[in-house]
Design a binder for this molecule. Structure first.
Ligand code: IYR
Length: 234
């Protein structure tokens, strides 16, 4: 039974989190790491359809992420329409062509060589779904000031951090569902606001194609840093 109480007039519920013995905790944490370590960023997508309910569930999972003052400052735009996907591909490739041919410095281009990326973004049309995450910097509110209505920009907090965590959850949910994704950041990506007709309080954050991997799917043979390279213990 869920117990409830008011603290300073605000409702609280008793949180009963399942916990495990130390051995089981260790095993679960190891198993989860090994399974997450199988996730790869993929650029070779199949056009096999994905049920809409799967996309709904992974977005709901993303939205369980913690956020500043629990404002959930994100909007996930889901694109399945081939006409809009084509429009996004055309606009993204225009920007990416400029980036690969002059905007990105030599050091950056060199760092990308192991990934073998280029300005062509076929996956933006092949993947059945594109999820475009927008960060909401503020919430528009209308307030009455005497007999006038004024727009108040109610600020959100730690918006970038919150959206980053939510997209991390989204990627984990995609992996869990047996699907693959790419965290794509065509730069600059303000064209997404126009194509998707987003309001002024939303800014594009990440473009994430989601789908099944292509039958023949290649990913770079990357190695991940070991624990000593990524942690300092005190
Ligand atoms: N946005 C470009 C370039 C690119 C940049 C980084 I940093 C990557 O990790 C991968 C690609 C593109 O998507 O090709």
């Amino acid at each position: 039974m869920v117990k409830t109480k008011l603290i300073d007039g605000f409702p609280f519920v008793n949180y009963n989190k399942e916990t495990f013995l130390a051995q089981e905790t260790l095993k679960r944490s190891r198993d989860f790491y090994e399974w997450m370590n199988l996730r790869r960023t993929v650029r070779d997508f199949s056009d096999k359809p994905v049920p809409k309910g799967v996309i709904e569930n992974i977005i709901l999972t993303a939205s369980t992420a913690p956020s500043g003052a629990h404002k959930q400052p994100w909007t996930f735009c889901v694109v399945n329409d081939p006409v809009i996907k084509k429009q996004i591909r055309t606009e993204a490739e225009k920007e990416e062509f400029e980036s690969y041919n002059g905007r990105m410095p030599a050091e950056w281009l060199n760092d990308l060589r192991p990934l073998q990326t280029d300005w062509r973004k076929e996956f933006l049309e092949t993947a059945p779904y594109l999820i475009v995450a927008f960060k909401r910097s503020y919430e528009p509110e209308t307030k009455s000031d005497g007999n006038r209505q004024i727009l108040h920009k109610h600020q959100n907090y730690y918006v970038t951090e919150s959206c980053g965590i939510a997209c991390g959850f989204l990627l984990a949910a995609i992996h869990h569902a047996g699907l693959v994704a790419l965290t794509h950041t065509p730069s600059p990506m303000n064209f997404l606001s126009k194509v998707l007709e987003r309001p002024e309080n939303e800014k594009p954050f990440l473009l994430i194609p989601v789908g099944y991997p292509a039958e023949e799917c290649w990913v770079p043979d990357l190695k991940r840093k070991n624990l000593h390279e990524i942690s300092v213990w005190y």
